[in-house]
Write a protein that binds this ligand. Structure first.
Ligand code: V1S
Ligand code: CA
Ligand code: ZN
Length: 388
């Protein structure tokens, strides 16, 4: 066996629902809920589920969804008729675009991934889990009354609202290659949530076009949210060495200054090398090192998924990160077990497919070390204004 032992005195809860995986955004659409089936297959073939409390998540209720979303938007989402995407005739609430198509079972899909994040947050609040995981969540672009960028309901905001019932301060960290604009906007005016997103930013073109370094919160010093939004804009091709250094340095500073009592880490896997939409050169090891660092802080931790458009790499990263959560990463055999479902999807040039090696042409690294140090200097200065 692969040495999977349930960690003593340490609880990890895993929230998933096979019904989520069956939904289809459409043939050409990059978001494939089926990547969750691949991830689950890897997690279970390594036997990791035996070291966690596993829950089949339930659907969020309308009341729970309306903790953040408007009743009008939820009503429209529930009753919207399946239609071919049409970018020329924008529908209400941005539904029906090619980014956010209306597909069969849409409302159930949204209620299920949101229910899983809400349940996961409650496990942390009740101290029934030290780490709670929902790989189907992490849909960070959704707004109060608008879908955006493949996200319809913002499960992260709903989960943070649960955490705030018990926790005075929540740190939200977002390693998806895109800017976590929906979460940032939702908590823009509060000093109880600090948002930190690391993302590709080129001023305008790369979706969603926001997240510059000087976007730090409301301008008015009287607004409690001032200085509580942290944005780390990067260029193409950042590698593990730079990314992990930056992550640990900035997260370390935020934790020292803000003293969060809970952390939510959005683990969008489109920051990995070889992603269909992403532009970075981060490897499974570097992505996982961010999870390991958050775990080492010994603060209740919610892990959610997010983007990730090369399904075999998404599955690799989230399986590896599950192993970090339960503490068996050092003991795993990197060769993917022979009985893994859909094992042929993981094949590459070596004879045996492995968990940690991902394919993809390395992109030239356009992030000079000097620029990375300037980002850290700017955030160091910003954090001086956060009251301790
Ligand atoms: N980049 C990108 C991209 N690709 C698509 C797309 C491609 C084919 C389709 F059939 C449908 C959509 N859309 C985009 C981006 C949205 C990226 C969302 C990332 C989500 C996340 O990973 O952060 C979290 C889950 N949309 C755009 O760039 C907008 C357009 C401006 C260009 C693409 N067209 C299709 C829509 C309008
Ligand atoms: Ca991000
Ligand atoms: Zn993304």
């Amino acid at each position: 066996m692969n040495g999977i032992v349930r960690p003593k005195g340490y609880n990890v809860s895993w929230h998933s629902n096979p019904d989520i995986e069956k939904h289809h955004f459409g043939h050409a659409h990059p978001m494939k809920p089926w990547r969750l089936t691949l991830a689950k297959g890897l997690i279970m073939s390594y036997g990791m589920h035996t070291a966690m409390d596993t829950y089949v998540s339930r659907m969020a209720t309308r009341e729970e969804l309306e903790d953040f979303h408007s009743a009008e938007y939820m009503e429209y989402l529930k009753t919207a008729k399946v239609a071919l995407p049409d970018d020329d005739n924008p529908k209400e609430f941005n539904l029906g675009s090619s980014d956010c198509p209306i597909f069969e079972g849409l409302f159930n899909y949204c209620s299920m991934y949101a229910g899983a994040s809400i349940d996961a947050a409650r496990k942390l609040c009740n101290e029934e889990a030290d780490i709670a995981i929902n790989w189907s969540g992490g849909l960070h672009h959704a707004k109060k009354a608008e879908s955006s960028g493949f996200c319809y309901v913002n499960d992260i905001v709903l989960a943070i609202l649960q955490l705030l019932r018990k926790h005075p301060r929540v740190l939200y960290i977002d390693i998806d290659v895109h800017h976590g604009d929906g979460v940032e906007e939702a908590f823009w005016s509060t000093d109880r949530v600090m948002t930190l997103s690391i993302h590709k930013y080129d001023g305008y073109q790369f979706f969603p076009g926001t997240g510059d370094l000087d976007r730090t919160g409301p301008d008015s010093e009287e607004n409690p949210g001032a200085h509580h939004a942290i944005n780390v804009p990067l260029a193409d091709g950042i590698d593990d060495e730079q990314y992990v250094w930056l992550f640990k340095t900035i997260v370390g500073m935020c934790v020292d200054r803000f003293r969060p009592t809970a952390i939510v880490l959005q683990c969008g896997a489109d920051s990995l090398a070889g992603d269909r939409l992403g532009r970075f050169n981060v490897q499974v090891q570097g992505h996982g090192a961010c999870v390991a660092y958050c775990k080492s802080l010994n603060i209740p931790l919610l892990l959610v998924g997010g983007g990730g458009y090369t399904p075999r790499n998404v599955a690799r990263a989230w399986a590896h990160e599950t192993s970090i959560a339960i503490g068996c990463d050092a003991n795993l055999n990197p060769i993917i077990p022979a009985h893994t479902p859909y094992r042929s999807h993981f094949r590459h040039d070596t004879i045996f497919p492995t968990l940690d090696q991902i394919l993809g042409e390395p992109r030239p690294n356009k992030n000079p070390d000097k620029k990375i140090r300037e980002i850290v200097a700017s955030i160091t200065e910003q954090l001086r204004f956060v009251n301790m």
